[in-house]
Design a protein around this ligand. Structure first.
Ligand SMILES: Cc1cc2nc3c(=O)[nH]c(=O)nc-3n(C[C@H](O)[C@H](O)[C@H](O)COP(=O)(O)OP(=O)(O)OC[C@H]3O[C@@H](n4cnc5c(N)ncnc54)[C@H](O)[C@@H]3O)c2cc1C
Length: 467
């Protein structure tokens, strides 16, 4: 039976940066990277060219080399406050230093030089304007790769790693179980598409399965007796408006991260993943569940007339309920049920009047939907009252800083759900109480974005090599 030094489960940014740092520190280490999706050059999302999702299993948007990063907008958030909780584990100073370190690696693989959100005077002006309406602006410098460049940059890392004969990548292979002996991880049981289950041994296991594998990881943790802490689940919609409504914010910030506490429920509502000139997209979980997302290209020729962003309501459940992922999936399922498995779109004006948007009404919309497969419907049948009301109140408040947002033809797509899932109990090096088993990235509930996911990989690699 073949034995490796390290097995990495998941080839997203967290897994890739683990491998990059491991080989940089010791190129002789035998590393196996396993992913249930395909190698980067074999990854293709039919919906990106034809506009029609054909429900690939596994979904090419979130699975395969580069994970959810491949088709992402590629916004690298350069602040410690954004994109995860890494600073709670390793401290602010170290997080900032590792973000800089990882950013340099991204630059080395071809990331663009431009960084947004660095004009302090303009940031202060926007912050002041927002504060007059009880809105908080979370300032954050952002480097924007753009979807096409994100694919190339992370693909470049594949080419680089594969030059080392000690690094192996197995595509279309799903890890089913982590094997432990005497409280120590010793291997995994994995199943390659079309073949039977196989046991593969290693000295160290790094689990980086992303949001797609979050539920699987939580179940593994529970089976192994590792404590999990429930994270909030973020539920909401994707908002789409003409660029003109947001341009004055996005040209300086790229992404305007706003937080508003809703009037009725005092719930935290935040904007997230803003894509100027972008397109609304869909991704699929568990082979069927359609949830909405968005991205944009760096190439000016591929820019659209619209800006989209998520508007999310954070909900933390307390006893006795401890299944936030199931709850989020239940809401997404409900919306899918009403549209025959597609993303739902509604004009804000129709929602406010209590009417469903139908194809005729959608045709009248002056904001033209960029997600062509979205089915017009009524979001109030899917989203809980608490969430919908909070989103509407936040949109109304944000209209003060982005006039035209709370308008009849603003499009709302549902549902956008962020499965941050359970936080797996780990130490400062992201090692679980099971020795030599590390859990990192989005799937471990530690991060929410490319940059911090990458940072977790570097921390783990350095711990394994003990520097
Ligand atoms: C459309 C879209 C746009 C986004 N835009 C941005 C953005 O602009 N900026 C930003 O910071 N973030 C963005 N994100 C989020 C970002 O992509 C993620 O935060 C990041 O990719 C998380 O990295 P990760 O390595 O933890 O997990 P992932 O990238 O999700 O990778 C996990 C990998 O593990 C594999 N896997 C799961 N379970 C198993 C298993 N059991 N066995 C084997 N393999 C498994 C999956 O196939 C996947 O390839 C976006 C995401 C999407 C979908």
């Amino acid at each position: 039976m073949k034995k490796y030094d390290v097995i990495i489960i998941g080839a997203g940014p967290a897994g890739i940066f683990t491998a990059l740092e491991l080989t940089k520190l010791n190129e002789k280490l035998k590393v196996l990277i396993i992913d249930k999706g395909r190698e980067i050059n074999h990854r293709k999302c039919p919906a990106r060219s034809s506009g029609t999702c054909v429900n690939c299993n596994p979904c090419a948007i979130v699975n395969g080399w580069s994970g959810a990063g491949a088709y992402s907008d590629g916004k690298l958030s350069l602040g410690v406050e954004v994109g995860g909780n890494v600073k709670d584990y390793i401290g602010e100073e170290k997080t900032a230093a590792l973000i800089k370190y990882a950013d340099d690696i991204y630059l080395g693989f071809g990331a663009g030089k431009m960084v947004y959100g660095q004009d302090d005077k303009r940031v202060d002006e926007i912050m002041y304007e927002a504060s007059k309406h009880d809105i908080q602006l979370v300032p954050c410098a952002v480097r924007h790769l753009g979807t096409e460049r994100a694919f190339k940059v992370l693909g470049g890392m594949y080419e680089h790693l594969m030059q080392n004969p000690n690094i192996e990548f197995r595509e279309l292979t799903s890890v089913q179980e982590v094997i432990c002996e005497q409280e120590k991880a010793v291997g995994v049981i994995a199943c390659t598409h079309g073949k039977g289950a196989e046991t593969i041994l290693a000295d160290y296991i790094v689990a980086a399965p992303g949001r797609e594998g979050a539920q699987w990881l939580t179940e593994q943790a529970r089976n192994l007796g590792i404590k999990t802490i429930n994270n909030a689940v973020d539920i909401g919609v994707r908002v789409e408006v003409p660029n003109a409504v947001m341009d004055h914010l996005t040209k300086d910030l790229y992404e305007a991260k706003f937080v508003y506490y809703s009037d009725t429920f005092d719930n935290k509502v935040r904007t997230f993943c803003m894509n100027p000139g972008g397109v609304v997209s869909e991704e699929h979980y568990d082979g069927h569940l359609a949830v909405v997302n968005g991205h944009s290209y760096a190439d000016p020729n591929l820019k659209t007339e619209n800006t989209n962003f998520a508007m999310l309501v954070s909900t933390s459940f307390t006893e006795p309920f401890d299944e936030p992922i199931k709850y989020g999936k239940y809401i997404a399922n409900l919306a899918n049920m009403l549209t025959g498995g597609n993303i739902m779109v509604q004009r804000l004006g129709d929602l406010l009047r209590g009417s469903r948007t139908d194809y005729k009404r959608l045709l009248k919309s002056t904001t033209r939907p960029t997600l062509k497969t979205a089915v017009p419907g009524d979001l109030s049948f899917a989203l809980p009252h608490r969430h919908l009301k909070s989103i509407l109140e936040a949109l109304k408040a944000l209209d003060n800083v982005a006039p035209g947002l709370y308008a009849r033809n603003t499009l709302l797509y549902g549902c956008e759900i962020k499965f941050y899932s359970s936080q797996i109990k780990v130490n400062q090096q992201f090692e679980t109480p099971i020795r030599h088993l590390y859990t990192i990235g989005d799937g471990a509930g530690i991060t929410r974005g490319l940059m911090q996911a990458s940072v977790t990989g570097i921390v783990v690699a350095r711990d394994i090599v003990k520097i």
